[in-house]
Ligand binder design. Structure first.
Ligand SMILES: Cc1cc2nc3c(=O)[nH]c(=O)nc-3n(C[C@H](O)[C@H](O)[C@H](O)COP(=O)(O)OP(=O)(O)OC[C@H]3O[C@@H](n4cnc5c(N)ncnc54)[C@H](O)[C@@H]3O)c2cc1C
Length: 300
């Protein structure tokens, strides 16, 4: 591995590369050991070159946006993290559409859209990820989802840059066909609507609700489980009396049972043990099988 990493490092000369970067600084859970290399692309070519070098020398790679839905391994990662979290250009508004690079913060895009008197993104403004991560995950909140407003994407697939008109069926329950490693989102175009006069208010109201109901002062990856049909994961977990339950430094948030928070020093193992415990108890007591929403970096 050491040897193949050296070869990748040499092949990527001139790119923005950092070595031995703690994954705890790249993920909102603040968990994870060192990543051997982190590459921040300036363009699609940087990503293509990195993937090609990794494939050639047998080195694993994965893609991260803001790392707000990912749990990283305590032992670190022996490959290259391609971190797409910088907005390379500003959002481009044309009539009621907006196009922006994958590394743009969704919150920034939502705010700018509201300022441009457009609606559709305002209730997603509190999601702390990037546009690329939101497309990959079909992120959603307060009744809105990426699939409702996305029009097209520019992606890197099999070494080629493609423009694709998206279909609603490309997106599922916190999944999409536009996710790494097979497809890397470079930019996305959203079809918004003219503001009905309430977009700013809806943005402020959802922000207020998040501050009130979510444990935003502690590291987490948001809702740990996908929403089961017709139910709420948080309510099921709370109903089983699991609010506040801890394994090591990981705890079921006393504020919102759908979140696991890192109370300090939590490890990947603590979180995974707590996840299994919750799944077992909720299944035994309610018959509902909770499906994990957060992703493991080692499975990306
Ligand atoms: C406090 C808090 C609140 C949250 N609230 C919500 C919520 O209301 N609704 C919701 O849906 N989520 C929520 N989340 C989860 C998370 O913010 C979303 O899933 C978000 O869309 C992830 O974006 P990211 O850039 O952080 O992606 P990451 O976590 O970095 O990656 C997530 C997945 O997307 C892939 N990916 C990232 N960028 C790209 C790209 N450019 N191309 C292809 N694949 C890519 C990664 O490989 C990975 O599989 C919350 C998280 C936190 C911490």
């Amino acid at each position: 591995m050491e040897n193949s990493l050296n070869r990748v490092f040499l092949a990527l000369k001139g790119l923005d590369i950092k070595c031995n970067v703690p994954l705890s600084t790249l993920t909102s859970f603040r968990i994870g050991g060192p990543a051997a290399m982190v590459m921040r692309p300036r363009n699609a070519e940087d990503i293509r070159r990195t993937i090609q070098a990794c494939s050639q020398f047998g080195t694993p790679f994965c893609v991260l946006g803001n790392g707000t839905n990912v749990l990283a391994p305590d032992a670190g990662y022996g490959g290259v993290v391609i971190r797409i979290d910088t907005p390379l250009t500003t959002p481009l508004f044309v009539d009621t559409t907006v196009t922006c690079p994958a590394g743009t913060a969704l919150s920034v895009l939502a705010r700018e859209s509201v300022n441009m008197r457009l609606m559709g993104l305002e209730t997603l403004s509190g999601i702390p990820g990037t546009v690329g991560g939101a497309v990959a995950m079909n992120a959603g909140a307060y009744g809105a989802e990426i699939r409702h407003i996305i029009k097209s994407v520019r992606v890197l697939r099999n070494g080629r840059v493609l423009d694709v008109d998206t279909k609603k069926t490309d997106f599922g329950n916190r999944t999409s066909n536009y996710a790494a490693p097979n497809t890397i989102v470079l930019s996305a175009t959203f079809q918004l609507e003219e503001d009905d006069g309430g977009a700013k208010e809806r943005m402020l109201e959802t922000t207020r609700q998040r501050k009130e109901k979510q444990p935003l002062s502690l590291p987490s990856a948001g809702s740990v489980f996908k929403r089961p049909k017709g139910r709420f994961a948080g309510a099921l977990i709370e109903g089983c009396g699991l609010k506040g339950l801890s394994v090591g430094g990981a705890q079921v948030s006393p504020l919102h049972a759908g979140f696991i928070v890192n109370n300090g020093g939590a490890t990947e193992r603590d979180v995974l043990e707590l996840v299994s415990l919750i799944q077992r108890r909720v299944f035994e007591e309610t018959g509902v099988q909770l499906e994990r929403e957060i992703k493991l970096l080692r499975e990306l």
